[in-house]
Ligand binder design. Structure first.
Ligand SMILES: [Zn+2]
Length: 177
């Protein structure tokens, strides 16, 4: 007997008998195996601590800042996407990266306008604009208005908050000999 078919019949039967029991059946449906990175990611701070390397957790969850010139991506020049180290959301594109000389990976715009959120941050006696991942709320860095054209913006992002995915690994079958 096909179990999926059987449970469909059961749910259907239950919904015919009573809407309340149909509701109960629905809560037992398992979550899809494919991770939907566009969905809001909600984890407890404890779960984040277990899931993330120390430095990624320090930056993403505690709004920490890595030392300049210490991260993996300030001097990184491959073509590809920089995704959130917390949830995998695509945040920045290598086409928008530039040499800022600051020691942190710098971009003049996000991959998409909706990928990151920006809000005023008055900590450390400075007025800055904090940049967070729109999907999981993780702290990424700050955005300043001294970037290059065309936007004039400089998204100053911690390497530890990012995970790079190379374009060449996302297009299997193409060889570059
Ligand atoms: Zn994220």
């Amino acid at each position: 007997m096909n179990n999926v078919f059987l449970s469909c019949v059961l749910v259907l039967t239950a919904s015919l008998l009573s809407t309340c029991s149909a509701q109960d059946e629905a809560t037992h449906v398992e979550a899809p195996a494919v991770l939907d990175t566009t969905a809001q990611v909600n984890k407890s701070e404890e779960e984040w601590r277990e899931a993330l390397p120390h430095m990624a957790c320090f930056v993403l969850r505690e709004k920490g800042t890595e030392r300049a010139f210490s991260g993996d991506y300030w001097d990184h020049h491959e073509k590809g996407q920089y995704c959130c180290a917390g949830c995998g959301q695509a945040l920045f594109d290598s086409d928008h990266k530039f040499e800022s000389g600051t020691g942190w990976p710098s971009f003049f715009q996000p991959a998409e306008g909706t990928a990151v959120l920006e809000k005023e941050d008055d900590s450390w006696g400075m007025r800055r604009v904090e940049v967070t991942c729109a999907a999981c709320g993780g702290h990424l860095g700050h955005v300043f208005e001294d970037g290059p054209r065309p936007t004039g913006l400089r998204y100053c992002i911690n390497s530890a908050a990012l995970k790079f995915t190379s374009d060449s690994t996302s297009t299997p079958g193409i060889r570059y000999d």
